[in-house]
Design a protein around this ligand. Structure first.
Ligand code: G
Ligand code: MN
Length: 217
């Protein structure tokens, strides 16, 4: 099943969008992706899960986009690179999260094509992965998601400098920032002071099966 976690504006506190997160329901237990993804990857069927998540998330996105909100989904670079799938299937305004990962340049053209079509690209877990700045240099992303391993150390002095610099770098490039894993008010206040645009984490809401629609007046 698909769960959704809210992403809020640090300025207004309003929900801007949601991240769709896959959960495997086993009886009453919910199994996280860290447990069910590796076997799917091994069996080379991760793309089937990705296709399902994309379809569901895009359906939810189309409903929410009427009130100016969005639903993002995670997609594996190996899925983006597949011949039987194309970003051309995505509607304008869809939000796609990709990991900071070296793909040997394979998906660059797909990401650029997606952006040309008005799809927003978010660079996920920024600061943990390959940490190549290629995607920033080649203008392939609209949003950067700052990983919770960095957010966890806020408001520590060094972490604050690192996150502030990242946010400043993104802003100079016209890229919006989302802090992941925000769990307490001190972290949120520091992020707000630093000028981070949005935040996601247990402080605002855990992933859940419901979407809250913003009222349109
Ligand atoms: O890699 P990605 O950032 O897409 O993963 C999101 C995962 O992080 C989800 O499985 C979600 O349950 C978890 N998560 C979301 N918010 C928080 C948080 O505030 N703290 C922690 N520890 N985990 C979180
Ligand atoms: Mn993500």
């Amino acid at each position: 099943m698909l769960h959704y976690q809210p992403i809020v504006s640090l300025e207004t506190g309003e929900i801007q969008g949601y991240e769709a997160l896959a959960r495997w329901q086993d009886g009453t237990r919910l199994i996280p992706p860290s447990a069910f993804l590796p076997p799917l990857r091994k069996g080379r069927s991760e793309h089937l899960l990705c296709y399902w998540v994309i379809q569901k998330a895009v359906e939810a996105h189309c409903i929410l986009s009427e009130s100016g909100q969005w639903v993002s989904f995670n997609v594996a670079p190996s899925t983006i690179a597949r011949d039987d799938w194309s970003v051309k299937r995505l509607p304008v305004g869809a939000h796609m999260e990709v990991l900071e990962q070296d793909d040997g340049g394979q998906i660059q053209s797909q990401l650029q094509e997606a952006r040309r079509r008005g799809v927003k690209i978010a660079l996920d877990d920024f600061g943990t992965g390959f940490c190549s700045y290629d995607r920033l240099l080649t203008n392939e992303v609209d949003l950067v998601k700052i990983d919770r391993s960095l957010v966890k150390s806020l408001p520590g002095q060094r972490a604050t400098v690192v996150v502030k610099t990242l946010v400043g770098l993104c802003r100079s490039l016209g890229i919006e920032t989302i802090a992941e894993g925000v769990e307490n008010v001190d972290q949120a206040n520091t992020l707000k002071e630093i000028g981070c645009d949005m935040a996601q984490g247990y402080l605002y809401g855990r992933p859940g099966p419901q979407l809250r629609l913003r009222s349109i007046d």
